[in-house]
Design a protein around this ligand. Sequence first.
Ligand SMILES: O=[N+]([O-])c1ccc(OS(=O)(=O)O)cc1
Length: 439
Amino acid sequence: AAAEEAPNIVVIVADDLGWNDVGYHGSPIRTPRLDALAREGVELDRFYVCPICTPTRAGLMTGRYPHRFGMRNTVMAPWRDYGIPADEACLPELLAAAGYERRACVGKWHLGHARRAHHPLSRGFTSFYGHYNGAIDYFTHLREGELDWHRGFESSRDEGYTTTLLADEAVRFIEASDGAAPFLLYLPFNAPHAPLQAEPDALEAYGFEEGQKRLPHRGEYGRRGRGATKRATFSAMVTALDTAIGRVLDSLEERGLADNTLVWVFSDNGGEVQLGGNNKPLRGAKHTVWEGGVRVPAIVRWPAKFEGGRRSTELAAYVDVLPTLLAAAKTDDSTSHQPFDGVDLLPMLTGQAAAPDRTIYLGQNAIVSQEWKLKDGKLFDLTDDPNETTNIADEHPKVAAELCEALKRYEALASKERMPGYAEGREGFVAPKDWAIER
Ligand SMILES: O=[N+]([O-])c1ccc(OS(=O)(=O)O)cc1
């Protein structure tokens, strides 16, 4: 009976989508479908993630801070061979126990690609379509000169713009639902992360005219899809992402599934300003733990359970997603996983109770609470000063000291193994043919 009521779950992650890159935040970038989703669902105004990609995804998959198990500080480089450790239970593994028979990962994995044990199909997903690495070419699907486009463990020669191909697959997955058992669709788009590449009609919609000078192409990436400026090209990529998300939402609607489907959309980190993103009025950007790097656009919609049209200003975070989804699926066997760092946000989302009073660890010597942020010994009052202009540690020494102690406790959780820097091991690395996994 529980399985009948359990919602379908669709988790959509955008890559490097900044605070000021969505229409409903006042951006000139057109995102009509996300704007509508924000009106229909609950807008999470204080949703925090890690300042970079891989740690956010690792915390999403486990409900636990990724520095506990060595996935911190850097993104997963192509020349790495680690992944989420076997003793960390993953989102699809836990939902499998709750009757979620079909569990798709469609998009960018970025949590281990060199060993079969780290592959999405080894971590609880029943299907995988997409890519292992970050920053693949949107048209050729190459990274490090090799084809990083796969169905399951096999390479795929499907042609097309990645954002569109991922939406195609997501729609196929939804259309194959028999309406009986609930499903999990994890849909992490690579967009709008660099390389800056958009389709011609999307560029035209942002003012590109044939014959105009295009951005020079960069490094290993092809010439296709370059617009006249970074921001215009990025904008076109975001609108394409919005269109793709709209197709997924339409598919749910057409199958009569929208009412009992929990859709959660958020960005993996803030926008990268040098690569087209924008986080105004927030301070900072991707790679930093200023608000612009870690406070991101986020919306959750579940029409059957959540009253729409609400903006929640309560603290919420990437590590809360898994505990919340397990609660929605009415499965919370605490013996099946290590203790979560996140909390179940259902009481807050249904309007029954306030979110618990707590802190969120942001990495890099920073911590946030409902009211405060401590970063490198500086204290900001986020209620009065959300853009972090004024350090008031001297005026509130007790608050600063308490947060400093909490920060130390979080940092003491870090696994002890040494993490290689991003570029370490790059020299002489040759990607395997089609990024095939041998072991
Ligand atoms: O970070 N990257 O992977 C990255 C950065 C820049 C880049 O070139 S751009 O001109 O398209 O921004 C491509 C990829």
